[in-house]
Ligand binder design. Structure first.
Ligand code: KG4
Ligand code: ZN
Length: 358
């Protein structure tokens, strides 16, 4: 392990946020984010080409903003971390290229890290080092997974994942159906607070006795909401947006929390962390707390700003890589849009490491 807590800058460009964070060990020093979300609004989803161009324009000013916020010089850094995948290929490429340029120019090691592992590791900035093992429920616009995390820098095992839509994607699609705009999660969360979660009995996907215990499915739920709303509209009746939001949201968070607590019990893990954009959901946080308390599980959820995509989470994982003496990446690191979650980072091969040390 490194002697002193390492100072690392992290760059995140896997989707529509250009995030640059600076972390010392498990302490957050800066979290600068430039988002292109408004440019995608009228398309109802992220347009990859628009995201890539926005990353390119935002990159250097956002790095500068992070350095200013942290009150450090780039030369003070011990390493540069970057999301190598998974995510949008063109968007990832902008971040990876920038990280290589900074690392090369500054003579610092480069760490290509996994976006999903970063969503888990960010909790260290809020609650200190992750207990080992920790169960992670990762719920975002692109992913819904249950991950048994033994060592966040090297050993993450996937227990289950969505077989169709991601949880956040379901929020976005239902919001579009209700004409609530994009992204859908925060708006549905708001409307649901004034609605009745028991008003409409929407289906709980993959919850039968014979269904896989840890996999998720949200596309049937989305179809059920769509049919229910269409029927109302055809009958010329008003759609009760608040009740639909609350009942839909309850169906999602009921399944997520039930399966997460079950995975903890089955695996004998007594710490659950929830990460990813959907972890910002107020009802998910409340129900998870209730069910964890009942099961004797300690729940860790980062504050909402750290749950959505940001650079601090990448810096957090990069700092942990340095702290645990993990091998840096080679300068020919490539972006991998479908990097598996088990690849927590992309270390240089043995030959490359040998070359790097010469
Ligand atoms: O992690 P994230 O920022 O980006 C991805 O890696 O996907 O997650 C974005 C997703 C979107 O689908 C958004 O609708 C959802 O997170 N989200 C929420 C809330 N805030 C963001 N979903 C439910 N409730 C929220 N409060
Ligand atoms: Zn994400």
């Amino acid at each position: 392990m490194a002697a002193e807590e390492p100072l690392v800058l992290g760059i995140e460009t896997s989707c529509d946020e250009t995030g640059v964070g600076i972390v010392r060990g498990t302490t957050l020093l800066a979290d600068a984010v430039a988002s292109s979300v408004e440019e995608h609004g009228r398309y109802g989803g992220v347009v990859p080409e628009i995201a890539s161009r926005a990353h390119l324009e935002a990159m250097v000013p956002t790095v500068q903003r992070a350095l200013d916020q942290a009150g450090i010089k780039a030369s003070d850094l011990d390493g540069i971390a970057v999301t190598a995948g998974p995510g949008l290929a063109g968007a990832l490429l902008v971040g990876v290229s920038a990280a290589k340029a900074y690392a090369y120019a500054l003579g610092k090691p480069l760490y290509g890290v996994n976006h999903l592992a970063s969503h888990i590791c960010v909790d260290q900035l809020e609650h200190g080092r992750l207990p080992e093992p920790t169960m992670a429920l990762l719920v975002s616009g692109g992913h819904s997974s249950l991950l048994l995390t033994e060592d966040i820098t090297s050993t993450v095992r996937s227990l289950g994942a969505t077989i169709d839509d991601a949880a956040g994607e379901a929020f976005d699609k239902v919001a579009r159906l209700l004409n609530l705009g994009f992204p859908g999660g925060p708006v549905i969360d708001r409307y649901a607070r004034e609605g009745d979660p028991a008003a409409i009995a929407f289906p709980r996907g993959l919850s039968g006795a014979k269904d896989p215990a840890y996999d998720f499915s949200f596309s049937g739920l989305k179809t059920a909401v769509s049919r229910w709303v269409e029927a109302k509209r055809r009958a010329g009746e008003d759609v009760p947006v608040r009740d639909v939001s609350a009942s839909f949201q309850e169906a999602v968070v009921d399944v997520l929390t039930r399966k997460a607590v079950r995975a903890c019990k089955d695996e004998g893990v007594d710490h659950l962390m929830i990460g990813g954009g959907v972890a910002a959901n107020s009802r998910l946080r409340a129900l998870a707390q209730e069910r964890c308390d009942r099961a004797g599980i300690t729940l860790r959820v980062p504050r909402p700003k750290l749950c959505t995509d940001n650079g601090a989470m990448v810096a957090a994982l990069g700092a942990e890589m340095v702290w645990r003496d993990r091998a840096p990446s080679a300068f020919d690191l490539s972006a991998d849009s479908s990097l598996p979650v088990t690849d927590t980072h992309v270390p240089a091969s043995h030959d490359e490491l040998h070359r790097l040390s010469e």
